[in-house]
Design a protein around this ligand. Structure first.
Ligand code: HEC
Ligand code: HEC
Length: 353
């Protein structure tokens, strides 16, 4: 009672008002606190109260570390392509068949395969036959033609052999675009250098000839599910492009193509097939790679007139399967091996000459 009396001059009605306001203020501040808490949870997430016993209360974010530089070539980011010609070039490399194949929307001049079937991920995959060393090393002398070759000539080599087709006109929009893309890919590679991971892996020689019969077992077990039992691959429903490209038959690469050499085929599949394999995680043993190469390359395929190839026969690669040769090994051994004796003879010849 005393306190009330001493309090102040407010009338009981006003005292009641002040009380109500205080109560209201109390409710509002509780609501405000609740809202703030809610916002905190919304922004920072609900803390895991029952979580890990010894988890530190505050999580210090790891300092932003730079992605460690790979020892292998890294292609420039395709999302950074701004030039329309380069974009078209990439599209052509990835979907060649749709533009230049038997149902091509630009011209009908190839077997329907895509450059990307062999130059994986549009020519960017490590040991997937990528284009990292093209801009930096061409034009260059190549013994197959015995001439200095431009990038255009090299592209047309694959047009006429790997795609078993016709050469593109050097001035055509398509050739210019593909070359522009290939140059863009290699723009950061110093002149004359071949980055680590370019081209294909070299599979160590076997001490026997590669064996097509053993290769057929590999093929049936590990390849036929996609490339089909008849080796002719599988077209999409619209028949405009291959879901699985052919490995032999009328629509495959011809006998003048790089993959027709066993070392190239073995190198390609060792680091890339079955689909999903890469150089760090190969799925075939060296023997399987050589044997399946022997099997596939003993199946029927288109033929090219190769008489003008390797005008200097001493420059033929040891696994070029067509004579004449400057050594005494026959075509069969040059095709299937064993290759070590051929290589040894070539090295000895080099020393004595
Ligand atoms: C059937 C497989 C296959 C197809 C399809 C193919 N290529 Fe090739 N290409 C090869 C092989 C194999 C090599 C040679 C690799 C080696 O000798 O190490 C090669 C080499 C090249 C090179 C030279 C690479 C270098 O580093 O010297 C270029 C450029 C090239 N191809 C462009 C193309 C283009 C463009 C297309 C499509 C129009 C194409 N290729 C389609 C298999 C193919
Ligand atoms: C899961 C499906 C799959 C399996 C299994 C598979 N491949 Fe392929 N292969 C592909 C595809 C898809 C491509 C084309 C890749 C691209 O365009 O990106 C290809 C491309 C190729 C090429 C180059 C293009 C051509 O047609 O000449 C060769 C050679 C090849 N495969 C060989 C093999 C061999 C040998 C095996 C078994 C050891 C095998 N593949 C298993 C899906 C497969």
């Amino acid at each position: 009672m005393e306190a009330n009396n001493n309090n102040n001059e407010l009338s009981p009605a006003n005292q009641q008002l002040v009380k109500t306001i205080r109560q209201l203020l109390g409710v509002i501040s509780v609501l405000l606190c609740a809202m703030l808490l809610l916002m905190f949870f919304l922004i920072f997430g609900v803390p895991d109260f029952g979580g890990k016993k010894n988890a530190p209360l505050t999580v210090t974010p790891a300092p932003p570390v730079e992605k460690p530089k790979s020892e292998f070539w890294e292609a420039p980011d395709e999302n950074l392509i701004s030039d329309e010609e380069v974009k078209y070039g990439r599209e052509l490399i990835a979907h060649t068949g749709e533009y230049l194949g038997p149902k091509g929307k630009v011209q009908i001049m190839t077997n329907g395969m895509n450059c990307q079937n062999c130059h994986l991920d549009a020519g960017t995959k490590i040991f997937g036959n990528n284009y990292s060393a093209v801009a930096s090393t061409y034009p260059k002398f190549r013994a197959r033609s015995g001439t200095e070759e431009s990038i255009e000539k090299r592209v047309n080599d694959c047009m006429e052999r790997s795609l078993n087709g016709m050469p593109l006109d050097t001035g055509s929009r398509e050739m210019k675009a593909m070359v522009a893309y290939i140059k863009w890919l290699g723009k950061d590679v110093p002149k004359g250098e071949s980055p680590k991971g370019s081209g294909l892996v070299d599979v160590p020689f076997l001490d026997r000839a590669a064996d097509p019969a053993k290769g057929k077992l590999v093929y049936d077990a590990k390849c036929a599910s996609c490339h089909q039992a008849n080796g002719e691959g599988l077209l999409n429903d619209a028949k405009t492009a291959y879901t699985y490209p052919p490995l032999w038959g009328d629509f495959s690469y011809n006998n003048g193509a790089g993959l027709f050499r066993l070392s190239r085929f073995a190198g390609y599949v060792k680091a890339n097939m079955p689909l999903g394999a890469n150089h760090a995680n190969p799925q075939l043993s060296d023997e399987e790679a050589w044997d399946v190469a022997a099997f596939v390359n003993s199946q029927p395929r288109p033929k090219k007139d190769l008489r003008k190839d390797w005008p200097d026969i001493s420059k033929k690669p040891i696994d070029h399967p067509f004579g004449p040769y400057s050594d005494s090994f026959n075509e069969k051994q040059h095709k299937y091996g064993p290759f070590a004796p051929i290589k040894k003879a070539a090295e000895e010849k080099k020393k004595t000459s």
